[in-house]
Design a binder for this molecule. Structure first.
Ligand code: NCD
Length: 315
């Protein structure tokens, strides 16, 4: 199982065979998680600290469950974003935690690049649980596993990522991963929510759902990231839903067996129709949550193997 990373900071630095290693190992953990006895011992004796400087429901919960199922001692530090000053404070916090000898540090932070910076200061494996609008690698990996299971493959698929691309680390990590695996990618959304220069990245860009969704296998919706907007990006939520919100009518332009994804949390009636989101014949949103635990178990398992090998070599 090739996986040569010390940290999991982003998809950008992963090779396709490393991505496949995480997904293949995650398959074992999907099976384990469906049993009554969900314990394995990949992280026994290790300490995992989850440091979330931004709100999170499923990412934090799934990292915590993943660590506990693999036998780690898991500690959660929820740091309210407002009480944290930038730069020095983050490093101070990291150095304090480092002195407690954690082995795995899971970090979410509102500033792009903050997690990379932190990884340079500590001597444990760092996992990026989302940094600003930069990357969210475990989300892209769990999305990839969900697609691979639903479609039977992870290449040569037509995949549309729709909505607030500009503010989304989920979109960025998914573009990188799905591009590395040789899929055909489209972005759909209003021009105000498209990052500038995006068409240089080898993706097709559409500003209407009808054309953009024609013949796609996968429709990935994104949350409108209002907390990262300073106003003026969309006319109104009602108008936004009318033009860009996914409903059965817009979905009818995609392939008949196209799957619907959303990383959560959803704004029902804004970017996605609530009934469609709950339609288990089309929506794989709950599968994404299930895959999230398994993928995080696999990622931490692989990093822990490298950490142990590194320490054995250094001793
Ligand atoms: C995403 C995130 O935090 O980047 N959520 C998640 O991790 N499931 C997407 C979002 O917040 O919209």
């Amino acid at each position: 199982m090739p996986f040569d990373q010390r940290h999991l900071l982003g998809i950008e630095t992963l090779r396709p065979d490393e991505i496949t290693s995480v997904l293949d190992l995650a398959e074992d953990y999907v099976a384990l998680n469906r049993q009554s006895d969900k314990h394995a011992d990949a992280l026994t004796g290790l300490t995992q600290i989850n440091m979330f400087f931004e709100n999170s429901t499923r990412t934090q919960a799934s990292f915590e469950l993943a660590g506990k199922r693999l036998g780690a001692d898991v500690m959660n530090m929820s740091v309210a974003a407002s009480s944290v000053k930038k730069g020095e404070t983050l490093i101070d916090t990291a150095m304090t935690l480092n002195a407690m000898h954690p082995d795995l540090l899971v970090v979410r932070h509102p500033h792009s690049g903050a997690v990379d910076l932190l990884a340079q200061k500590v001597n444990c494996a760092v996992l990026n649980a989302g940094d600003g609008r930069h990357e969210h690698p475990t989300q892209a990996l769990l999305d990839a596993l969900t697609i691979r299971r639903a479609k039977g493959r992870l290449h040569r698929l037509n995949i549309a990522i729709c909505g607030d691309i500009a503010h989304s680390r989920v979109a960025r990590s998914n573009l990188l991963l799905l591009g590395k695996m040789e899929n055909r990618l489209r972005l759909i959304g209003p021009p105000t929510l498209m990052p500038s220069g995006i068409s240089d990245f080898g993706v097709e860009v559409y500003d209407n759902m009808r054309d953009g969704l024609a013949d796609v296998d996968v429709v990935m919706m994104l949350r409108l990231q209002k907390e990262r907007m300073d106003g003026g990006f969309i006319p109104s939520e009602r108008e936004y839903f009318h033009r860009y919100g996914l409903d059965a009518d817009k979905l009818s332009h995609a392939k008949p067996d196209a799957i619907v994804m959303h990383p959560g949390p959803m704004n029902r009636g804004v970017e996605i129709d609530g009934t469609l989101a709950d339609d288990i014949n089309r929506s794989v949103i709950q599968d994404q949550v299930e895959m999230g635990v398994a993928v995080r178990m696999a990622a931490m398992d692989l990093l822990a193997r490298n950490l142990r090998a590194h320490r054995a070599g250094a001793a």
